[in-house]
Design a protein around this ligand. Structure first.
Ligand SMILES: [Zn+2]
Length: 594
């Protein structure tokens, strides 16, 4: 007899290709599942067997089952009547009629085709946050509409609209007593193995992925992986720690952070380590709660971390760390070993080097290496939906988004358990940075539960968790260190898991700074710890570094060219960009006067 909830993927014969893609989503979320082939007619329909089952079926499988007659029809009706949650996807007028739907759900909508006008939006209801999460209340226009899309006719009785194309429901719920049936009109199911070259974009991929995830999260609250608390942070690239850099004014930034309630990290170019003004260093030290510092390359030369030469990358990393340490000594400004790649350019070798030098993680807008290796296209949709990409030597790459990106993509990041990371440059603070501040205020309104913290805290607290039948908890960490706080009233056994591809590279595991036992489960490093309510614990994985003691000298020619480049960038940011803005203002004023 089964205990606990399990997804039952119904099929007629072998699972359909769309069922197989849906099973990948189940596996991705860690939801236990089984396949029930209705054409066999031999399955066990006892209460014990069906008790924890949440049926999932395509509309065409339902049609097969309903037209097969007893006993299959009776079994399917019984399944949907008693299951606390069930899901039918791929509803179209051709695949499932209103009569068939009615026979299963006791009244539901009438499937129809609608032709959305080009300006139409997906609209997610604001009334069902328990299902739709951070998407609740949002509306956006997809990249393009097909000529016609399946939906339910408007104003169906007893149907709660979760997602609509304008006013036509496409994802809806029919509640009957304790059972809920979720109906999805989208025919497609996303292929999680699809190779991608960019972070996901809800405008081009939504209906074939997120309603499925919404249902599974809702239907399996105590099974499968769930995100921990999400954190948000703004990362400002490039500025030296000076009162003013281009349009960025540090005191105004701190004021805006206090007014709106957000946190920032400065991605500091180590080359700038001697240019810090004591007043800004003091400000950062005063406001460690909201203002952090991480590493942005070494000299910020063109594609400097896109190189594949490991010795050269080890040299750049060593010099970068030496400069940041000197900066810490001179100004007492703490920093995190988090790499933000200059120009977003990185190589797989760079990821390996950063891991060797015990970096916490890398953060980037791009998700694939710049150089054209055979593995450059190895990132799959599943990788970019995870809290961090672990495809490159199992060193975590957290994604961030430009502040021109749309609100719904930030909402989707929070929904899947990524930290909500925005990137800005000094130019985003022209005109006081109002657009950026408004975006952050809107994200805060959409996700009031989001905690704003420095980047190090955001990455250290990012995790997925699941509860096992024996009451223990499993946690998947992504950065090389995780901070946890016990929430259970009793002492809880926690198994912390981390993806690792090379066992030989793991030097030790530190729990609260002390060496701890660890084991392996396939490619997962497994660290058992115990947590009491309110107790904090940190788990850190330390790696062997074959590149330690790398030559930390760069040639005079290289250093000269790097210095020239940095000076030119300073002139561009402080005089050209600011001057251009001043000129634009002058002409606007002149235009209005004369
Ligand atoms: Zn930069």
């Amino acid at each position: 007899m089964r205990t606990g909830a399990i997804a039952g993927v119904l099929s007629w014969g072998a699972p359909l290709p769309s069922d197989r893609r849906l099973i990948k989503i189940l596996d991705f979320l860690g939801v236990p599942h089984t396949n029930l082939d209705l054409s066999c007619k031999t399955f066990d329909t006892s209460e014990g067997q069906l008790g924890g089952l949440r049926p999932i079926a395509s509309a065409s499988t339902i049609r097969h089952a309903l037209s097969a007659g007893a006993p299959v029809t009776d079994v399917v009706r019984k399944l949907f009547r008693q299951a606390p949650a069930a899901f039918i996807y791929g509803v179209t007028p051709e695949r499932l009629s209103a009569v068939e739907l009615n026979s299963l759900t006791d009244g539901a909508g009438v499937p129809a085709w609608v032709g959305p006008p080009p300006g139409s939006c997906y609209r997610v209801s604001s009334g069902y946050r328990d299902v739709c999460g951070t998407f609740s209340g949002l509306a956006w226009r997809p990249t393009s509409w097909k000529e016609r899309v399946p939906a339910f006719e408007r104003d169906a009785e007893n149907l709660e609209t979760l997602i609509a194309v304008e006013a036509w429901p496409v994802f809806a719920r029919r509640r009957r007593g304790v059972s809920e049936i979720f109906l999805l009109c989208g025919q497609d199911v996303a292929e999680l193995d699809e190779v991608v070259r960019e972070n996901f974009d809800v405008h081009s991929r939504f209906i074939e992925l997120f309603p499925h995830m919404m249902f599974l999260r809702h239907a399996f609250p105590s099974a499968g992986w769930r995100p921990g608390h999400s954190h948000g942070s703004l990362i400002i690239d490039d500025p030296p720690l000076r009162t003013r850099y281009g349009f960025l004014n540090f005191r105004r930034l701190v004021q805006a952070m206090d007014d709106v309630g957000f946190s920032s990290d400065i991605a500091l170019i180590p080359w700038n380590f001697r240019r810090t003004q004591p007043s800004v260093a003091a400000l950062i030290n005063e406001r460690r709660d909201r203002l952090g510092v991480c590493i942005h390359g070494c000299d910020h030369t063109r594609s400097e971390f896109g190189a594949s030469d490991r010795a050269h990358l080890a040299k750049l990393t060593t010099i970068g760390i030496e400069r940041m340490e000197a900066h810490r000594r001179d100004h007492r400004v703490d920093y995190e070993r988090i790499m933000v790649f200059p120009q977003g350019v990185f190589s797989e070798s760079a990821m390996e080097i950063l891991k060797s030098f015990d970096f916490l993680a890398a953060v980037n807008t791009e998700v694939v290496p710049s150089h054209n290796t055979s593995r450059a296209g190895a990132v799959a949709l599943a990788d970019v939906l995870a809290p961090a990409i672990t495809r490159y030597n199992a060193f975590p790459l957290f994604t961030r988004r430009k502040c021109r990106d749309s609100l719904v993509n930030f909402a989707a990041d929070i929904f899947v358990g990524k930290p909500c990371l925005l990137v800005a440059h000094h130019t985003d603070f022209a005109d006081g940075g109002q657009a950026l501040i408004d975006l952050i205020a809107t994200i805060r309104a959409v996700a009031p539960e989001l905690k704003w913290s420095t980047l190090g805290t955001a990455l250290r607290t990012t995790h997925l968790w699941r509860r096992e039948a024996d009451g223990s908890q499993w946690i998947r960490m992504f950065a090389s260190e995780i901070s946890l706080t016990g929430e259970s009233a009793t002492e809880r056994h926690v198994l912390v898991l981390k993806s690792e591809t090379d066992r030989q590279r793991v030097g030790s595991v530190l729990v609260d700074g002390r060496q701890a036992e660890f084991g392996w489960d396939g490619d997962l490093l497994a660290i058992p710890i115990t947590l009491r309510q309110g107790q904090s614990a940190s788990v850190r994985v330390v790696y062997h570094n074959p590149f330690a003691g790398a030559d930390a000298r760069l040639g005079a020619r290289y250093r000269f060219r790097a210095s020239v480049r940095r000076c030119l960038c300073d002139i561009r940011d402080n005089y050209v960009d600011v001057g251009r803005q001043g000129l634009r203002r002058f002409w606007r004023t002149a235009d209005s006067r004369y």
